[in-house]
Design a protein around this ligand. Sequence first.
Ligand code: PLP
Length: 452
Amino acid sequence: MTYTFAELDKWDKDYVWHPFTQMKTYRQERPLIIERGNGSYLYDIEGNRYLDGYSSLWVNVHGHNHPELNQALTDQAAHIAHSTLLGAANVPSILLAKKLVELTPAGLDKVFYSDSGSTSVEIALKMAYQYWKLKDAERYADKNKFISLREAYHGDTIGSVSVGGMDTFHTIFKPLLFERIEMPAPYTYRMTADNDPETCKVHCLTELEAILREHHEEIAGLIIEPLVQGAAGMLTAPDGFLHGVRELCTRYHVLMIADEVAVGFGRTGTLFACEQENVKPDLMCIAKGLTAGYLPLAATLTTDDVYSAFLGEPHELKTFFHGHTYTGNQLACAVALKNIELLERDGLIETLPEKIEFLTQRLAAFRDLTHVGDVRQRGMMIGIELVRDRAAKEVFPPSLGVEHRVILHARQNGAIIRPLGPVIVLMPILAMSIDELDELLTITYEAIKTVT
Ligand code: PLP
């Protein structure tokens, strides 16, 4: 069956409510209706081709329409698409859990499945909270709060919103949220006059230690995105910051939750970001790249120590009461296993240093653009912060819609990228070739230069 653009446009506007989207504005614009994908490119309903410069919201790893990932899905569907994990097991979820334990930082030995980054965070928070009650309900009665970073984004379910630090998303739900304690985010560009990461790191860790000294008896856990705060605007942490946070969590008996939803699966140049500072979190959340952009699947990994606290007789009510209908779905686990198999077989992570270096060199020219205030890069994650006035680090007023016009310009020239506030974000597919990366940067550079 075929449809015209006009029909789809109308039905989209008549029936679909888009996420994180002001529908009044959306309905006035010409939509981008994607019909298919191939490799690094997306194609809209009219046949226009675009480089996927945001990995389809930070998920795609090997490219679109990958024959082997497609085959893995077909093969699994020929066996079974789904059966429940409640009181029963299934083959792909067992094999995937074993593999994830092998690949993630040492000490993370148990895998709890869910279906989005938000739910993986929700689970980590609930586990951390219940862990202390199970250890010693009386002694740890007050360990009910979580520390998270300014501008943090960990998802949009009520628990994950509670640990978020973005007022725009959270203010309206305040009465429903639990209490969080905020620590500074290492936003070197805005925190230091001379863009010095070391000063920024010392400041943030000192503040964290002050919070922990005063409040550690009330804190169940600290949640952090290792190395890069993605949705906050690609805030790249100074070297040693993550390690410093781990040390303080250990010293003050606070569980460390690493949210690797965005940074996991190669985005920062290693399979997991924690590896780069040899950090072993107590809980780790993974999602986005886990199925290489094919199906919704997430996991929360934790230690034997946390897991063991939940063991007991049914009547003791130590059970972790959480689970969703599609938890451990076979199709999703099968495609995740194939994703990991391809990563290992093709040595994709090993190809990244050359691409990352290429990006670094090409990004240098962006710094000379009049309205670029800061360029941040960690591996394949890039944020280009636009400013109206470089000296004052003043951003453009949102009413001018500068960032939106930049991405529209890029789209007209064949690349899809997205802004986060004043930051133009690039998150190329890991399998992109150097030529494709070059094309992406050329289009982005021209868009910023022309619009600003
Ligand atoms: N955590 C981080 C760090 C994220 O970047 C995101 C989404 O962007 C989430 C959690 C939530 O993931 P999801 O959108 O799959 O619920």
